[in-house]
Design a protein around this ligand. Structure first.
Ligand code: F6P
Length: 585
């Protein structure tokens, strides 16, 4: 489809998926208003037309769009049970959204979605199926890779994980000296770390198992700081690596192994290690027993693997039942993505608006700001999910893409971010679309906690309102005069207190961060990234861009060690090697 977007696309004639009106009400209710607009617009959408639309809508401004449509929130917010996606505070008119839907039809987004769910090898550069959705399916859902059902195997690993997690939680599985395991250390990086780290923090209120720690960085400080205060007799390490070759993970695993062997003896090692990998032969060679090895499959990408055995630390922390609720939340979003009509389909709409911001309106980054301290690691998780998936410049057709692709994704929890980088969001020279995520309810109860939650919500709403409304020069001047400032001072200061407004934001609201709601939220973002990849015309499921640095690091290791010369390197690298050599003690 990338090719289809190269020229101005004429009337397509063929609808790749039926409009909501053609489908009739399936699952979530359709919106007659959107149906009408969708029906009005033809399939004549080209990249240039969409860019022109993007520019016009930005020029019109969000405030003016609200002024023109008293029902804008209703028209631009979408619900799935308690989950609400509000894109009304984006510079996007009704027919723009309809045009985006038409563009998605041309790009075959939902056709590609169906191919993914069918187990087709849509990861074409690695010749793999992409079936993380099967990890959270019910056994009867019938997921298969080339006719080979995967449900029973998935369930088998889940059952084995559950037995192991249960044994650790109830003390029937103990360390070599008979002590209960009180601390789990997950050793992994990237997709073998970020998901469980994020999830263990997100679901802290449900944490009633051993403490969970995470070591990812090759920097020895990470391991040293984690081991300090831990007792080898009561600690279990999980070596998590899809490939079981990643240098950081293997080095950290060897250090942990030596720590256990040094204190408890070589024979104790087996009782203090478990592994998660697709490379079961390599796990065996490391010396971890089969009964403590949990597998997954090449059709699970690393950054999509938290639902697999990679989620073991989470399962140990919150228990198998809660872990199943987490999976059920993701399954709920999968079914919604698969079955909901396009104009009520949250991941599709979130992806369309993301593409709109990135390509049609040219914003190079987006900020994800959870107003939820427990989602503090969500932005880091989304950085891998989004940027490793969609940070590509070659399309599915092997040619250089003609539009920008994935944006820079960044963020921090609110309200902390307000006291750090929100200055730039409100008054900086770049426009950064912001995605606010907030739960209406907290886990914490009591009057004191109610005050916190009310303030959190008020701040979240205030920020999106401020980004949109801004403050005019005249309002700034008037405020200063009303505060008793002299006229000349008001005149001088007012420009600094003016906010342009018309800055876009999306709000994702849900009831409360339960395991179900959390799984649903993460799956929403997974599918959003998928949708955007189809619109960019790229393969979201490989990551060749991480290879070169790895190769060069391997070559530089003997140079850093002083075992090889830096002469053939560029002068900067050679100079830095020499400076390091002088500083090393
Ligand atoms: O370097 C990138 C990457 O390959 C990620 O895609 C992956 O999540 C991470 O490294 C860890 O890989 P593994 O699980 O094989 O150790």
């Amino acid at each position: 489809m990338a090719g289809a977007r190269r020229e101005t696309v004429g009337h397509c004639g063929k609808t790749l998926y039926p409009s909501a009106s053609e489908r009739g009400p399936v699952g979530s209710p359709t919106k007659p208003w959107t149906d009408r607009v969708t029906d009005q617009i033809s399939n004549d959408v080209s990249l240039d037309q969409l860019k022109a639309r993007g520019a016009t809508a930005a020029k019109t401004g969000i405030k003016a769009l609200f002024a023109a449509d008293a029902d804008r929130f209703r028209h631009f917010s979408f619900r799935h049970d308690d989950l609400l996606l509000d894109v009304s505070k984006c510079a996007l008119a009704a027919d723009d959204l309809a045009a985006l839907h038409a563009f998605a039809r041309l790009a075959g987004v939902l056709e590609r979605r169906d191919a993914m769910f069918s187990g087709a090898r849509i990861n074409t550069t690695e010749n793999r199926a992409v079936l993380h959705v099967a990890l959270r399916a019910e056994p009867g859902d019938g997921f298969a890779v080339e006719g080979q059902a995967v449900g029973a195997e998935v369930e088998g690993v889940l059952a084995a994980m559950s037995r192991f997690a249960k044994g650790l939680r109830d003390g029937t599985i103990r360390g070599a000296t008979g002590q209960r395991i009180t601390d789990i250390v997950n050793i992994g990086i990237g997709g073998s770390d970020l998901g469980p780290v994020m999830a263990c923090l997100a679901l802290a209120p449900y944490h009633d198992g051993p403490r969970a720690h995470f070591v990812s960085n090759i920097d020895g400080a990470h391991m040293a700081d984690t081991l300090r205060g831990l007792d080898p007799e009561t600690t279990l390490f999980i070596v998590a690596s899809k490939t079981f070759t990643t240098i950081e993970t293997m080095t950290n695993a060897q250090t942990a192994r030596a720590w256990v062997a040094g204190r408890l003896g070589e024979a104790a090692v087996g009782a203090h290690f478990a592994a998660v990998s697709t490379a079961l032969d390599k796990v065996g060679a490391f010396g971890i027993g089969e009964d403590r090895t949990f597998g997954f499959w090449d059709w699970v990408g690393g950054r999509y693997s938290v639902w697999s055995a990679i989620g073991l630390p989470l399962m140990i922390a919150i228990g198998p039942e809660r872990f199943r609720e987490f999976l059920a939340g993701a399954r709920d979003m999968d079914r919604h993505f698969k079955d909901a009509p396009a104009d009520a389909n949250l991941p599709l709409i979130l992806g369309l608006v993301g593409w709109w911001h990135r390509v049609a309106q040219g914003h190079p980054s987006r900020a994800v700001i959870p107003y939820d301290q427990r989602l503090a690691r969500l932005p880091a998780y989304l950085q891998q999910l989004d940027m490793e998936s969609n940070g590509k410049h070659v399309g599915l057709d092997g040619r250089r893409v003609e539009t920008p692709t994935g944006p820079v994704v960044w963020g921090e929890p609110g309200t902390n971010g307000q006291h750090a980088f929100f200055q730039l969001l409100h008054q900086g020279t770049d426009i950064v679309p912001v995605e606010f995520i907030v739960g209406a309810n907290a886990h914490e109860r009591g009057q004191d906690m109610r005050i916190h939650q009310d303030l959190l919500l008020a701040n979240c709403l205030a920020q999106s309102e401020a980004l949109m409304k801004g403050r005019t020069l005249e309002e700034a001047r008037r405020q200063l005069l009303d505060a008793g400032r002299p006229a000349d001072e008001a005149e001088r200061i007012a420009p600094h207190r003016e906010f342009s407004g018309d800055r876009p934001s999306i709000t994702i609201l849900h009831d409360k961060l339960t395991p179900f709601a959390f799984g649903r939220l993460v799956a929403l973002y997974e599918h959003r990234v998928f949708v955007e990849a189809q619109l960019f015309g790229i393969n979201a499921f490989d990551q060749w861009g991480v290879e070169l640095g790895k190769e060069l690091a391997t070559g530089l290791l003997p140079v850093v060690r002083g075992e090889a010369s830096a002469e053939s390197r560029d002068s900067s690298t050679a100079g830095l090697v020499s400076a390091i050599a002088h500083l090393r003690t």
